[in-house]
Design a protein. Structure first.
Lengths: 259, 259
């Protein structure tokens, strides 16, 4: 008998060419599928992720599913897989899931965090997950534009033209900026996100913060959906997939900033 | 004219064979000396560190000095060197120093932090600077032994036999354990430390916390100095050289736990 298993996965994206398996490139999916093959004595099992994070993007709570013969108890998987995986990828948990559970199609929401730092020189271990930017001068404008993203909108302006993309209307349930002395973390909690959407939202917000884009211009990006609108894509290293939701929590969950 | 320059350096020790330059190994000193040579058009300048951290040990505030012709302004050095250094090594600051300043011999104190974590699986970015251990069951005994280290003692038991070692009497000004839900950070602020001393103190303290060594036995390590006493050396990844002091601060500085 086969059993579906739900994995929760954390990774430091720095050394990888993103989630999705590619020939002759180190990817997170590739490393995990190879580890599963080693642990199962060569079963070629697919590991399906909730989302395909891009090269250099990190995850604290990526979710994936796979099917294994029920001779492999899920509770033994984290230790067995972690022993074979590079230290930059960790299986945080493995639990049995209903046969109809699908990491991607069952997902109801995701939370991403985008981290920015300024100040003279970043500490090396912070730099791994933080984009360097000048300090945002106009915090009010940045926060106003951030809150304008909340709700149900056509987000095409924050993606790039892609015929295979599907519907571009998405809901952002909540968004929040948490300011430190030399850091800013922006959390986006939404129904789902288009490719590059979070990094392009972050890029546009940081332009507003820097005074390089007016708040009115930012609002037009939402009001007039324009695929491939001229926007900077904020660097991958600042982005972390924090969590995938299969049941939507009270919005209060957003107020717990993570680090 | 030549000018002495004081560098403050942070590094993630994971990929390096320690501070000290070695043939055919990547070391922090080697990488910095190579970057200085590149920046100065080939001057073979020595970079002298306050302490030789071992392979895998990190630093938030290592200090080093070097001498450069005064045509190289110190304030330009961080940017120039950081552009050539790997991202895991950052020059945090460069300032002019008196000609008699010596990073090692002028140092009056150092603060090291040893970080431990337990719980199911560590997040990959925390794992880089945290040793995995079972949760210490006897926190009181661990804290009692930690405080017994404070003061002036012959620390030979916490080092290994080494004829070139010099005096083994050292002063620990203050020590402190900071407990998180699944983490422990132990800070040691002292006049100076013998080779492996911090990792062997941490190893012995964690044995006491685990109930594998009695507090009385720990106290005997202090009372009866025994070079090479049978002690575990806690893993390098948990150790960070937090700061080097050239003037001793009020002990209150210890109460600011860093992370």
């Amino acid at each position: 008998m086969v059993r579906r298993i739900k994995l929760t996965i954390a990774y430091l994206g720095t050394p990888y060419h993103g989630w999705q398996r590619q020939p002759a490139q180190r990817t997170i999916q590739g490393e995990i599928e190879d580890a599963v093959a080693a642990v199962t004595g060569g079963l070629g099992v697919a590991v399906t992720g909730a989302g395909r994070t891009d090269a250099g993007v990190h995850a604290r709570g990526q979710v994936a599913h796979l099917d294994l013969p029920d001779s492999f108890p899920p509770e033994a998987l984290p230790r067995a897989l972690n022993a074979r995986l590079p230290e930059t990828i960790r299986i945080m948990a493995a639990v049995p899931a209903p046969p109809r559970f699908h990491a991607r199609f069952s997902a109801r929401g995701k939370r991403y965090a985008y981290r920015v730092g300024w100040g003279p020189v970043p500490l090396p271990w912070r730099a791994l997950r933080t984009a360097r930017m000048p300090e945002p001068a106009d915090r009010d404008a940045l926060e106003r534009c951030l809150q304008a993203l909340v709700g149900r909108h056509d987000m095409a302006s924050f993606s790039v033209p892609d015929p295979a993309q599907g519907p571009t209307v998405k809901t952002i349930f909540a968004a929040r900026a948490s300011w430190g002395r030399t850091t800013l973390q922006v959390d986006f909690f939404g129904s789902g996100f288009l490719r590059y959407q979070v990094r392009r939202m972050a890029g546009a917000l940081l332009e507003v913060g820097a005074g390089e884009r007016s708040a009115a211009d930012f609002m037009r990006l939402i009001e007039i959906p324009t695929p491939g609108a001229p926007l900077p894509t904020a660097p991958a290293r600042g982005l972390t997939l924090e969590r995938v939701f299969y049941r939507l929590p009270p919005l209060a969950a957003m107020s717990r900033a993570s680090s």
